[in-house]
Design a protein around this ligand. Structure first.
Ligand SMILES: [Zn+2]
Length: 122
């Protein structure tokens, strides 16, 4: 198996609903995203996935989440914009964007330098 890893980032605001603590208040993060995809085979060029393609698709998803209030984004009007749910959203969007070119393995979303949530499917 081959793994390809790229990173992207975005900055946005959110607040957690049904949460008793300071994260209930409006605040922002400089979110960092680690994207891991895998393939069984390499293509004729010896590549698992073209970095440029994966970066383009990942950055497009990140741009859609950049400089907004996440609670008003279509994906988070009822779903809480927690790191866990945002990671799953990015995962699902990337699966759609990459099609059959690779398997999206894991999305890790860092909300601070020392706290992250990951989403993956078994
Ligand atoms: Zn937060």
């Amino acid at each position: 198996m081959y793994e390809i890893i790229v990173k992207t980032e975005f900055a946005s605001a959110h607040n957690l609903r049904n949460y008793n603590g300071v994260c209930e208040n409006l605040h922002g993060h400089n979110w960092k995203v680690d994207i891991v995809v895998e393939t069984k085979e390499l293509d004729r060029s010896g590549l698992a996935v073209d970095f440029n393609l994966l970066k383009e698709k990942s950055n497009k998803i990140a741009t859609d989440l950049d400089h907004i209030y996440l609670n008003e984004h279509r994906a988070f009007k009822t779903v809480n914009p927690s790191s866990e749910n945002i990671a799953k959203y990015i995962f699902d969007e990337l699966v759609k964007a990459m099609g059959n070119s690779c398997r999206v393995k894991k999305i890790t979303l860092w909300e601070t330098d020392d706290a992250a949530a990951s989403y993956f499917e078994e």
